[in-house]
Design a protein around this ligand. Structure first.
Ligand code: SF4
Length: 476
């Protein structure tokens, strides 16, 4: 369905003889963050790479036989949804493996560099030859070109040059580094499974492999993880503010995950309750557009004391391609994924809760189906403010011209999608649901056009080229 698309998922495992299998399971749990391609790379004690990359889903592209050949006690994995770089290029599938004067390395990245074009041009002018079109490769070239003696110093130097969003894992033959940009746009969590250390985009990946959640990797932090489970933490750059992507809790993250200090399920219910407070109308029933609309609809229904019904059933087995009969069927694509439940809708005044509205074309089709199934009134409620701007930090958004809310008023959108009433969560309502303490730590760029770029300049001003520079702190 057209809309905001997931970005990527990363997993890293240090210190387990079955590293590849654990990474595979972690990627399985993070499949919602990217379905274009997946990869796993390990480096053994001799500095040799082992790994496998595949287009499509993790479960389809890895077999028991493939996994048993990926030797090594440490490794990293990546689920890809391309935000930069052509999606059907095998060279763009991560993790990327490379050799530097400091040895063999592999890297996997979630996010998007906002100065990738400038850096790439500069590197190419200096003779770098790029293998892929992905901005992640920029990290590799910058790391390889650095004149610093220690890898940690090189990472610190690279962090001073790249701008934008990165939650990434960097593997060497004897350790792994996990780092997060100073704004902390994308999540990255740390867990333990005995003496084995696991890093992943979301906590749901830790839970599947019985790893205990320890903490989130902080914005601007570099965590150095050794084979025996010992970790060291460094903070070379402090951002004057954080900028967690507010779309992560609204839509991307799994509801059973905990990221940015929030339990996503609870937060979505809070969003639904806030939405109800802001814009409830007389109705008989509340339904959700599955899946991310479900907790919001539960929160909404509980807040107004209405029953929540299953109004749309989702088919979870829709593949990437399907054959349409030559005589075209109205709303075919959406019907394949969602089908209305007549008994929940017939002759009822229905509140439909969805997480967001991007182009509006899917909503048009859903509402037409609900009407056809007998809904008497349809009141559409969106659990996010109108999306009026594109994202530059790793979320694939349509051009501004295709964002319905950037072009039309709420009344015009209501008319376009065919609802009796329409209301979005206000920006203040979103901030309220995120909580007084936390709401200033989020990016709301796609709702407000107010991107955290000014703070980008502030970080630039603080940059330090040496490990002993200001702001660097080693700990526990
Ligand atoms: Fe997230 Fe929107 Fe900010 Fe992009 S612009 S990081 S999608 S909140």
């Amino acid at each position: 369905m057209p809309g905001f698309r997931e970005e990527c998922g990363v997993v890293g495992v240090v210190g387990d003889p079955e590293a590849a299998k654990l990474i595979y399971l972690g990627l399985y749990a993070l499949q919602h963050r990217g379905q274009e391609a997946a990869g796993i790379v390990t480096i053994n004690e001799e500095g040799e790479f082992h790994g496998h990359k595949t287009f499509g889903l993790v479960g389809d592209g890895f077999t028991q036989g493939i996994l048993s050949e990926i030797e090594g006690r440490s490794g990293i994995g990546h689920n890809r949804y391309s935000t930069t770089g052509a999606s059907r290029m095998i060279q763009n599938i991560q993790p990327f493996s490379f050799k530097t004067p400091l040895g063999a390395m592999a890297i996997a990245h979630n996010g998007n560099l906002t100065n990738a074009d400038v850096l790439r041009r500069k590197l190419e002018e200096q003779g770098s030859i790029f293998q892929s079109t992905s901005d992640t490769e920029i990290f590799m070239h910058l790391l390889a070109k650095s004149s610093k003696e220690q890898l940690l110093e090189r990472i610190v130097e690279v962090m001073a040059q790249v701008k934008g969003a990165y939650s990434l894992v960097l593997l060497t033959k004897d350790r792994m580094f996990a780092l997060r940009d100073p704004f902390g746009f994308r999540p990255l969590v740390l867990g333990r499974r005995g003496s084995c250390v696991v890093v992943a985009s979301e906590t749901c990946a830790l839970e599947l492999i019985d790893a205990e959640f320890e903490r989130e990797i902080a914005p601007g932090e570099i965590v150095e993880i050794f084979q025996d489970g010992f970790i060291r933490s460094y903070f070379p750059y402090q951002s004057p503010r954080k900028a967690f992507c507010s779309f992560e809790p609204i839509y991307f993250a799994r509801p059973d995950s905990k990221i940015f200090g929030e339990e996503i399920y609870n937060l979505r219910k809070k969003i639904g309750a806030t939405l109800a407070r802001e814009s409830h109308v007389e109705a008989d029933v509340v339904i959700a557009v599955p899946d991310s609309g479900v907790p919001m609809a539960l929160g909404y229904a509980a807040a107004v004391g209405l029953p929540m019904e299953l109004g749309l059933v989702r088919n979870h087995y829709v593949g990437r391609t399907f054959i349409e009969p030559s005589q075209s069927i109205r709303d075919f694509g959406v019907k394949l994924k969602l089908n209305p439940v007549g008994s929940s809708l017939r002759d009822k005044r229905v509140v439909v809760v969805d997480d967001s509205l991007v182009r509006g074309t899917t909503s048009v089709k859903i509402l037409r189906m609900l009407r056809k199934a007998g809904a008497k009134e349809i009141h559409m409620r969106l659990g996010s403010p109108p999306i009026t701007h594109s994202c530059y930090f790793g979320v694939d958004t349509p051009e501004r011209g295709q964002l319905l809310a950037a072009q039309q008023t709420v009344e015009e959108i209501r008319d376009f999608i065919g609802a009796d009433t329409l209301a979005f969560l206000s920006l203040n309502g979103l901030r309220e649901a995120l909580g007084k303490e936390n709401c200033n730590n989020y990016c709301y760029g796609c709702f407000s056009g107010d991107y955290p770029e000014d703070t980008g300049r502030a970080i630039e001003a603080q940059r330090t080229d040496t490990l002993g520079g200001p702001g660097l702190r080693a700990g526990f």
